[in-house]
Design a protein around this ligand. Structure first.
Ligand SMILES: [Zn+2]
Length: 523
């Protein structure tokens, strides 16, 4: 270590020879101020060694410059020298009076050197007591201000509002602390078994709280400064449990192919069948087992029903026998003006001359379906698919789809309205591969009989949520229909009805027959 120090000093001497004496003077003053300047031990040793070496050379120089210096020595320097007590410094003191001017010159030189090298800091030891006092006082004030700022932004305590009352809490207080301090006294909820029996009073949530509107029932939630806390009784909790899910296989429905059954509901749907789901819970505390059905199975087969939309006020307007020159656009104008949708059961061979109407129907969000290609002309006698051969029935449906696809550029939904509502018997099985659903109606306006706009309007307004209304936009003069629709649609919308497509009605679950029992508790 000592060798290294020497080597270091030699290096300093060779590279900084012109400043060696000034450096020495700094070093000695540094040693005198050491207690205030907080210097490291190794540095002190080094300086002491350097200082010893320099004392001799100073003795020589002091002899050269002693004359006339003793009387003019600065008072500050004398005081500083009088305070020193170490033997080495006493020796220096002996020649101190004479050396002061020299010392002063070195200090000035040192300042000059520092200003020429801005990166170097002047030694604190170069300052007098009078200079140090304001600096230290300034430092003290800065520290004090810092502490004040810290307390201002991170106070030990702050106010929060609990259930409308402002209270003081310690910094980072939690919801649990607020309850412990008695600022709120919520009652804990109870712990319940999987079958709803009381297991432990007060074993549920400790409280129900919001902190600045954000819900929490965790006592560890921190309440920040100025937070608004609302705290009420805790909710009941259900015991932890093991859960097992079991599918409920769907059944096969017996097909009802009778002609009269058509009127049992407006939606005639081929169901593929869908399994239900049963959930079994075994409580970890109570050991109780509970099984409940969370999804009912949907039997496969042919379902006839009317949509049950629950709370939704939805209805479906349907228009047959279009598109038509004089009336289709009139109905579309009413729908567009009221943000309403409808379903159009089109006749395929009328579409090529009315492509614009079909495209407008689609652009307004309406559903374009088929009413067969030529309304069951020929062997169907213009109204009855069941009179036709299997091949003819399939052709009517497929050509109807193709006409729509040609006009719209996309495959239509495979939803059919059979001409005259004649959809029964073997036709159900013949067309099953080509049709997803056949749509009847719940409200028949009989507008084709031309009963007058008032009668059609009254029929429309008799509709109930989930129902399908039958009207016609083609096949004859439908001006009464347009007038009735223009009066009824705004009123239905004003009553809160949403006029939807048939696909939207089909999206509701079909009614469940043979509904299973309510949740069963076992053991
Ligand atoms: Zn028709």
């Amino acid at each position: 270590m000592e060798n290294r120090r020497k080597a270091h000093r030699r290096s300093d001497a060779s590279s900084q020879e012109p400043h060696r004496r000034e450096g020495a003077a700094q070093t000695r003053r540094s040693t005198e101020r050491r207690p205030a300047a907080n210097r490291g031990g190794q540095a002190s040793e080094q300086r002491t060694a350097t200082q010893s070496r320099q004392v001799g050379s100073r003795a020589v120089s002091s002899g050269r410059s002693s004359s006339g210096q003793t009387q003019g020595a600065p008072t500050d320097g004398r005081r500083a020298a009088q305070r020193t007590r170490k033997p080495t410094q006493k020796r220096a003191q002996a020649g101190g009076q004479a050396r002061r001017p020299q010392q002063e010159r070195e200090r000035l030189k040192n300042r000059a050197a520092v200003s020429a090298h801005p990166g170097r800091r002047p030694a604190a030891a170069g300052l007098t007591q009078e200079q140090l006092v304001p600096i230290m006082a300034g430092g003290f004030i800065v520290v004090l201000l810092g502490i004040c700022a810290l307390l201002l932004f991170h106070p030990w305590k702050y106010n929060v509002t609990v259930n409308g009352t402002e209270v003081t809490v310690k910094r980072n207080a939690t919801l649990g602390d607020i309850v412990e301090a008695g600022y709120a006294t919520p009652a804990a909820g109870d712990l319940m078994s999987v079958d709803g029996k009381l297991l432990k009073e007060g074993g549920g949530d400790p409280f129900a709280a919001t902190v600045d509107g954000k819900a929490s029932n965790d006592p560890a939630t921190v309440v920040p400064k100025h937070a608004v806390v609302e705290m009420t009784d805790g909710a009941n909790a259900t015991e932890d449990c093991d859960v097992t899910e079991t599918p409920i296989p769907h059944g096969e429905r017996t097909w009802d192919t009778e002609m009269g059954s058509y009127w049992n509901g407006s939606l005639h749907v081929y169901e593929e069948g869908e399994d239900g789901l049963s959930v079994t819970k075994v409580g970890k505390v109570s050991g109780t087992t509970v099984t409940e059905q969370t999804k009912a199975p949907v039997d496969s087969g042919y379902h006839i029903y009317t949509c049950n939309p629950g709370e939704d006020k939805v209805i479906a307007l349907t228009f047959d026998d279009g598109p038509w020159d004089t009336t289709t656009d009139g109905i579309l104008d009413v729908l567009e003006a009221n943000g309403a949708k409808a379903t159009f059961f089109t006749i395929g061979n009328q579409i090529p001359e009315h492509t614009a109407q079909i495209q407008r129907e689609k652009s307004l969000g309406c559903q374009v379906c088929t009413h067969t290609y030529d309304h069951a002309e020929g062997s169907g006698q213009g109204a009855n698919l069941t009179y036709m051969s299997s091949e003819e029935q399939i052709w009517e449906v497929q050509q109807g789809y193709a006409a729509i696809k040609d006009a719209l550029g996309e495959e239509p939904s495979h939803i059919l309205r059979a001409p005259g509502g004649n959809f029964y018997g073997e036709t159900l099985t013949i067309l099953q591969p080509y049709v997803d659903a056949e749509i009847g109606w719940d409200v028949d306006t009989e507008d084709w009989r031309l009963p007058g706009a008032d009668a059609i309007y009254e029929a429309i307004m008799s509709v109930q949520p989930g129902q399908v209304i039958l009207m016609h936009d083609g096949g004859g003069d439908r001006t009464q229909t347009v007038e009735a629709v223009s009066r009824a649609v705004p009123e239905l919308v004003a009553q809160g009805y949403k006029l939807v497509t048939v696909d939207e009605l089909l999206a509701y679950d079909p009614p469940v027959e043979d509904a299973p029992d309510a949740p069963v508790s076992v053991g």
